[in-house]
Design a protein around this ligand. Sequence first.
Ligand SMILES: Cc1cc2nc3c(=O)[nH]c(=O)nc-3n(C[C@H](O)[C@H](O)[C@H](O)COP(=O)(O)O)c2cc1C
Length: 222
Amino acid sequence: MELKEAIYERKSIRAYKPDPVPKEVIAEILEAATRAPSSINTQPWEIAVVGGEAMKKLAEECFEEAKSGAKPRADMVLYASSWPEACVKRMRENGKRLFGLLGIPREDREKRKEFQLSMFKFFDAPQTIFISIDKALGVYSLFDCGCLVQNICLMAAAKGLGTCIIYSGVQYPDIIRKYAQIPEDKNIIIAITIGYIDENATVNKFRSNRDPLDNVVIWEGF
Ligand SMILES: Cc1cc2nc3c(=O)[nH]c(=O)nc-3n(C[C@H](O)[C@H](O)[C@H](O)COP(=O)(O)O)c2cc1C
């Protein structure tokens, strides 16, 4: 698959078939993904892949924790405290189109909550990749990890696999540590679900929009 094709093919996949992706395939994806650039070649990422029964238990516990109303307690708070208007507009439009496709009206709080909670179940993905960085590191290293994460998603897309980057997946790091043996001196920053795409799931038919280039690029000297 051409790089451009993989870029356009990749999208967030939020429903998976139960079949696990073979370890060698995930290893090949990660091997290539770690060719990502990083500041002064520091390669700050630490990667944990969870599958099988461990993944099932981890997902179930995170789901129950979120369902019980437990406050998120991520190792690193990555959300902005307030979003600029342009971001809010895109966010709202995205949600409106997604919930529209799923047939969930604005006032159906129960169904919206159910969708939110599905994130804490890792969308029933058979495997999840967790990315951590040393607690000594700051936002600069997050940038490096972003490059790694995009490589993972593109490599997976090129192999016909689905992924979804989920910050919701790292809101209960103590539960993740029970199953992934990530040391306390690391911050778990993001999760990426991976698996075979459930092509019949309505949620996977969603395609998010992008702003036209004219809205996001300033050209000078052309
Ligand atoms: C840092 C980051 C965190 C994300 N967290 C979540 C999440 O918690 N739940 C979710 O469903 N999607 C999450 N996403 C996926 C985005 O919603 C998605 O990438 C965006 O809507 C664009 O859609 P696309 O990936 O299909 O192109 C996250 C993406 C990124 C980059």
